[in-house]
Design a protein around this ligand. Structure first.
Ligand SMILES: Cc1ncc(COP(=O)(O)O)c(C=O)c1O
Length: 440
């Protein structure tokens, strides 16, 4: 049985370099990394930096909130300041902060009135939180297969997944690269279906020069610990629809606070003032860090594109900025003497290049599959619909992609250019010695 891998699993996998695949061309990760010390915010001279980065800006922000005694947003102004700054950065008219990316999605669904009987279309190549945000309100998730070139939802396959019950299309900008928002926007208009973007990995990403979240009803972001903009946890919704923003505000604030028709639903999903302060401090270096990632990623793509059997993820034509939460490529083992991907990852890891195989098929995870037997779902949708649901969710292209994908997480790009040369050189050396590694 395949299982969905958590962030912790990825870390375990990449850290568990086995014996016998050392290339001997570098030192181990521990030796080559030069962790950024808490007080530093410059890129390291070599190696992969630790994450997050912080300095006296964060110290000051946290101490200011601490000493103000205004620790929650009901009394302070840091969260509101952050909402204004984040709306401005993304180009949206409104921003509502939430306690997490998952709760940003929950809030957007709550504000839109998505609930039992509604279907939500999502890509199968995503983090489990996308699915959980849908099922928290008893809507039915409907998976769509992946475009292997871009790793994003295959927009051509969305029409076949639409039914009379489809309420929302939820594209995910996986890795920070926007899904095909032109195709999804056209479908939305033609079929009268709302689009909410899961932009939890896509803070600075742009589609035809506009920040993600601006071409649809809303975009939802995450500021969880691994993210390029982080407060440990946190989230936000951006939208250009004032009434929708008010509804989102009320939903994350126990149902009230702003002018908007109530729905009888809501919760405390508020961001704290400490997180608001931290995010404002983190935002002061987001642009510079994003540029470093973009430059390194562009250079790495050029280098890796020259290696047979390595296929960097392509951008959709409308993508004008990639937030690079992940650097993703396909590893085709036929070009590496059939060296299994796990051994390829191991070889990189032993040379101080942390890499993972990314997501396993979400539709095959025990957590997701158990929805078919969930008594509440059987009550709302009927036993027959739920027993056919798994069949409806087959995604064969994604199954294949999940066997080939390789990820570098964002800190790998937040370093100096020679590190990109080192990555490409290491992959070339693995390729050269693949016949011997395959036998090992
Ligand atoms: C694609 C995607 N959606 C949703 C989430 C949920 O965000 P959070 O962890 O802040 O709840 C994440 C976070 O990892 C994500 O990567």
């Amino acid at each position: 049985m395949k299982t969905t891998r958590t962030r912790r699993d990825f870390i375990n996998t990449t850290a568990m370099a086995g014996a016998g695949l050392g290339l001997g061309i570098g030192k181990t990760l521990a030796a080559t990394s030069s962790p950024v010390t808490p007080s530093a915010n410059q890129v390291p001279k070599r190696g992969i930096p630790s994450w997050p980065t912080f300095d006296q800006r964060e110290d000051q922000a946290l101490l200011e909130v601490l000493h103000s005694g205004n620790w929650g947003r009901t009394r302070g102004h840091k969260v509101e300041d952050f909402e204004r700054a984040y709306a401005q950065m993304t180009g949206a008219k409104h921003c509502v902060a939430t306690s997490a990316g998952t709760t940003a999605l929950l809030t957007a669904f709550g504000a839109l009135g998505v609930g039992p009987g509604d279907e939500v279309i999502l890509p199968v190549y995503t983090f489990v939180a996308t699915f959980n945000a849908i099922t928290a309100g008893y809507a039915l998730p409907v998976f769509v297969d992946t475009d292997p070139e871009t790793f994003q939802i295959d927009a051509k396959k969305i029409p076949a997944a639409i039914t009379r019950s489809t309420k929302v299309i939820l594209p995910v900008h996986i890795g920070g690269s926007p899904a095909d928002l032109d195709a999804i926007g056209s479908l939305s208009k033609a079929r009268g279906i709302h689009v909410i973007e899961d932009a939890c990995q896509a803070w600075v990403a742009q589609w035809r020069g506009r920040g993600v979240g601006n071409t649809s009803l809303a975009g939802c972001f995450s500021f969880q610990a691994s993210k390029n903009l982080t407060a440990g946890e946190g989230g936000a919704i951006v939208t250009n629809d004032e009434e929708f923003a008010d509804k989102c505000f009320n939903f994350q604030n126990q149902g009230g606070g702003r002018r908007a028709t109530g729905s009888g639903r809501g919760a405390n999903l508020r961001l704290t003032e400490f997180q608001g302060g931290l995010l404002l401090a983190q935002m002061t270096r987001l642009e510079e860090q994003s540029r470093i990632r973009e430059q390194n990623a562009a250079y790495l793509t050029k280098l890796l594109g020259e290696i047979s059997g390595i296929k960097p993820a392509r951008w959709h034509d409308g993508c004008t900025r990639n937030a690079y939460h992940l650097y993703m490529f396909r590893y085709q083992k036929e070009h590496f003497a059939n060296l299994p991907r796990a051994k390829f990852l191991q070889a990189l890891s032993q040379e101080g290049i942390p890499a993972s195989g990314g997501y396993t098929p979400l539709n095959a995870s025990p957590h997701v599959r158990s929805l078919a037997k969930n008594p509440c779902y059987q009550k709302v949708y009927g036993k027959e619909t739920m027993s056919q649901w798994e069949e409806r969710n087959q995604c064969p292209v994604n199954d294949q992609l999940c066997t080939e994908a390789v990820w570098f997480t964002q800190p790998v790009l937040l370093t100096v250019r020679p590190e990109m040369d080192r990555i490409a050189e290491t992959i070339r050396k693995v390729q050269k010695r693949a016949p011997e590694f395959t036998k090992a």
